[in-house]
Every structure is written in C-alpha cells, then in structure tokens.
Design a protein around this ligand. Structure first.
Ligand code: ADP
Length: 322
C-alpha cells in the first residue's frame, strides 16, 4: 500500500476533521501518500483530489464540519458515472479509499470495491445520528448530544419561570439515540422515539401527573423520525390543556467543536481504518464495541436490522422521570 485517499460524504458531523487528520497522519507515519478528495463523491467525479501533507491537517482537530467538504451526489449510484470516479483514483495509483460518512456513503464505497479489485475501501462512521450498525457510537454523536443538553438546560430555565411544557424536536433520522440520551441527560418527562410506540394520550397523562405533583415544567423530547415537534404539540392539545411551546433545535446539532469523546473516537477509528488497509482488508466499516476497535463487512452492516437500541436506558429514563 503506497497511496490512499480519504473523503467525507453525506451529512457532516463534528469530529470528521479529527478522523481525516488521523487517517493522514497514520498513513504518512507508515510512509503512505495520502490524497484528499474534496466534496465527497462529487469531488471524485470532478477529479477534485489533492495530495495532503502532515501540515494539511494541522489546526483541524478542534474544528467542527469537514475541511474536505461534504456533498450529496445522487449520480454516484449509477455504475457508468462511478467508472469516472474510479478512474480518477486509478490514474494516481491510489490503492485504498477511506470514506467517512453514513451508511449511504458506505454503499458508494462498497460499489467501488466491487467494481475495481485494485482499490480497497474502508468506511468510518461519521454522523450525529448514531444509526450505523457495527459500532456502539458514531463520530459526532457525543458532540450533538452535548449541544442538545446545553440548549435544553437553557430552555429549562425559561420553562421553569413560566411553568411551561416544552417539546424539543431533535435530529436522528430513524434512530432515537439522540433523543434518548439527551432525554436522560436533561431529565425529560417523556421521550418519543421511533423504536418504541408511544401513545400521545399517555404522554399527556404523564405531563398532567407531573403538574399535579407540583412540577414547575415538563420537557418532552421528540425524535424527528417519529413526528415534528409541532405535530406533537397539536396531538397533545387534544388531551391536555397546557401552555406547550415547541423548540426545533435543527442544524445547530450538527455544528460545533467536537467533544473530547468524539476527538478520541475519530482519532482511533481513523487510525484503525489505515491499519486495515495496510492489512489488505476491504469493504469493511470500522467501529467501536465495548471500547474495543472492531470492523464489520459492509454486507453485514447493511443486512443487520436497525442500530442496536438500548431498552434498559429507555426503561430507566421512564423510572427516573415519574
Ligand atoms: P449518509 O452517508 O450520511 O448516509 P447519503 O445517504 O446522502 O448520506 O449518502 C451520501 C452519498 O453516498 C450519496 O450522495 C451518494 O453519492 C452515495 N451513495 C448513497 N447511496 C449509494 C448507493 N446505493 N450506491 C452508490 N453510492 C451511494
């Protein structure tokens, strides 16, 4: 392995820069040249590829977003279009590609390794949603979680002052982990997530119960994958007469300087991706399980059911917010 490339793709997440930095430094340490592909698969098609040096990733570990930029590139799903991207790697003699992104990005990487036996591919899980199989945590999840906590702590101050119910809509696509972990961290009365069917009538009863036992405010955490905060408020109004306000945290959840946990995770996973390439591995996604580095074939990542959901955490949040 003499030359590899790295790209970030799909939705960006805090810690992607730290992962790119780890890939670049680990590779150069092992006498491997590294190329950065700008704008994800779009850059691969446009031949927007530049050699990266040790200094190229200096002063990036603390930055949110991705200095390689990310993009969605729907054309990359077409085999004829992909040929061009693969050719842009081959003409430089690039033998390994590290793709940092979500499972859509992994699918692109899988296709490349299927269609070109000379290029090995490794996926690194970069998304705030924590929705990728084969890892307990994705890069960016912890930072987004902390951003939500910080925001809700502020909302809670005003909620208490006015004895209000706040409905907080958080990201996560079809995965409830952000809502679940944030809900536990802020002491939400109710957490509404895709993995557990929740009756709004029951949510209304919990809020009512809280008010009657003297609670000053209620926080309802709703994952975007179930419904919007606004719909939740409308449904609640059918059962209970409370002063409910909706807060949609939106894209602030994707930004910010990565937390220590995300920087360490990104560094470990980025370094491990290079190790796997050096060992001749391909079509695998790296991850962390029980704090150990691990890797899983893309095939297994795709066929597994949704990212493992922790029912114990969910049940405990219910017990702690009565
Ligand atoms: P994420 O990686 O965050 O899940 P997307 O699902 O948008 O984000 O995927 C990112 C990019 O990966 C897409 O814009 C496309 O270029 C590529 N991609 C997604 N699915 C496929 C596929 N089935 N085949 C080839 N490339 C794909």
């Amino acid at each position: 392995m003499k030359k590899i490339a790295v790209l970030t793709s799909g939705g960006d997440s805090p810690g992607m820069n730290a992962a790119v930095r780890a890939v670049v430094r680990k590779a150069i340490y092992n006498n491997i040249e590294v190329y950065g592909v700008y704008q994800g698969y779009q850059g691969l098609l446009n031949d927007d590829i530049k050699k990266l040096e040790l200094g190229s990733v200096g002063d990036t570990i603390q930055r949110g977003g991705t200095f390689l930029y990310s993009a969605r590139c729907p054309e990359f799903k077409e085999a004829d279009v992909r040929k061009k991207g693969i050719e842009n790697l081959r003409k430089r003699g690039i033998e390994g590609l590290v793709v940092i992104g979500g499972d859509g990005s992994y699918r692109g990487a899988q296709r490349i390794s299927e269609e070109c036996s000379e290029i090995q591919t490794i996926g690194v899980p970069g998304t705030i949603d924590n929705d990728i199989n084969g890892t307990d945590f994705t890069i960016g999840f912890d930072t987004a979680l902390n951003t939500i906590i910080e925001s809700v702590d502020k909302i809670r101050d005003t909620a208490s002052s006015h004895a209000r119910t706040f409905i907080i809509e958080v990201m996560g696509r079809d995965c409830g982990d952000l809502a679940l972990w944030a809900g536990m961290s802020v002491g939400a009365e109710t957490i509404i997530i895709p993995e557990v069917k929740t009756e709004i009538k029951e949510v209304a009863e919990r809020i009512d119960h809280g008010i009657r036992r003297g609670k000053k405010h209620s926080i309802v955490m709703v994952a975007e994958g179930v419904m919007s905060g606004e719909s939740c408020a409308q449904e609640l109004a059918k059962y209970i007469n409370v002063d409910a306000r909706v807060s949609v945290l939106g894209h602030i959840q994707r930004g910010g300087s990565p937390t220590g946990a995300d920087r360490v995770l990104a560094s470990r996973l980025g370094g491990y991706a290079v190790e796997l390439l050096m060992n001749g591995e391909t079509a695998r996604g790296v991850g962390i399980k029980n704090n150990d580095l691990t890797s899983t074939s893309f095939d297994d990542i795709f066929i597994a059911e949704a990212h493992k959901f922790d029912h114990n955490i969910y049940n405990l949040t219910k017990e702690l917010s009565i």
